[in-house]
Design a binder for this molecule. Sequence first.
Ligand SMILES: Nc1nc2c(ncn2[C@@H]2O[C@H](COP(=O)(O)OP(=O)(O)OP(=O)(O)O)[C@@H](O)[C@H]2O)c(=O)[nH]1
Ligand SMILES: [Mg+2]
Length: 413
Amino acid sequence: MYKAILVGANLKSDGLMDYYMEELASLAVARDIEVLYTMTQSINRITAKYYIGSGKVEEISTFAKNLDADIVIFNNELSGSQIRNLENEIGVRVIDRTMLILDIFAVRAKTKEAMLQVEIAQLEYMLPRLSGLRESLGRQQGGIGSRGPGEKKLELDRRRIEADRSRLRKELSDIVKARKIQRKNRTKSSIKKIAIVGYTNAGKSTLLNALIECTHRDIDKKVYVEDMLFATLETSTRHIILDNNKEFIATDTVGFVSDLPHNLVESFKSTLEEITEADLLIHIVDTSNTFYENQIEVTNKTLEEIGVRDIPVIYIYNKYDLIEEEIKPLHYPSVIVSLLEEQGIKKVLNIIEKELFKDYEKVLLLIPYNEGELVSYFNENTHIISQKYTNEGTLIELELSNILKSKYSKYIK
Ligand SMILES: Nc1nc2c(ncn2[C@@H]2O[C@H](COP(=O)(O)OP(=O)(O)OP(=O)(O)O)[C@@H](O)[C@H]2O)c(=O)[nH]1
Ligand SMILES: [Mg+2]
């Protein structure tokens, strides 16, 4: 296990420094790194040589030696030469927040698509830092930050890395094309789609699993849930059929985090496109985090960045079981729940149904007895409220979408 000292330089004084450092610590834990100590410093300007002042570097160096740390992780994004200078001075490996996040993604990526996306982002991160990193990488024997393209490409020059990147991009675009065709087939069926979005560890996969349980089938298609940042990176899509026959497609998506590396968002865009095609977004919020309002903002900004516009959103203020104080939601429509409780899932289902099937209306149909197959169709595919047999035929009260309503208008009583 790696043992780390975390360092944060505070330029903005936006009052969020403690939050950022706590989050950096969680990111470290997500990569199996033990955090020994956290150091922060307010600075007025960034120095070219070390980012922070040289006095602070000496201090870090002393702490690193005394605590026997083997890695220093900066919350701020460093240049190649800053990394090299810091390593020379401190004597242990130095990485920044971006490298750490990229590394977590590299370890967690399971599908070919996710692996390619991460590797492209890593190469892009390396390119502008090549001159500084080259020396630093040369001294490393694998480990954090050198997973993926780092070490093995050490001896290669920029042109080779650029060629690699083009090759990976081509490979990725082939996979993306195939997936788009798959998705088109799904879209054709005009079935409604929801995308579950939110900050990492908010409970997105927990909701997808709860929805899967509602369908009473495909229980083995549950996704991975864990109290850890970036537990699931791949988008998982499931067909949900509720007890009342209403159905929709639900997609679990990769979580967001503040300062998500831009390259990473860029290369995950193809996966995130699913979000832009949803009819409804379910934004999960972890209210047990003191800074959840900030997390909502970060999530909404990232959604904007990937081109999400004008899609209705429901806010799920989750993990209510963990907090004592009352919550005043700033976003609507919303519900305050615990997704670990049945009552909470019910509330969420209710609000999803209400929003997603807004255009559904109660109608009364009279189906002549010689068209009995229509009665079975409605029973299998729609939500029947009541059903009666009369002299003229079967009288059915049910909920229909606008499209179906006009299709069967001649039966309306
Ligand atoms: N106490 C409590 N824990 C919850 C609740 N909802 C989810 N969790 C837990 O929170 C942790 C994260 O849940 P996930 O569903 O994996 O979160 P996610 O949003 O998919 O996270 P990533 O995939 O890592 O981005 C798990 O340990 C869940 O069991 C809740 O309402 N209350
Ligand atoms: Mg998840």
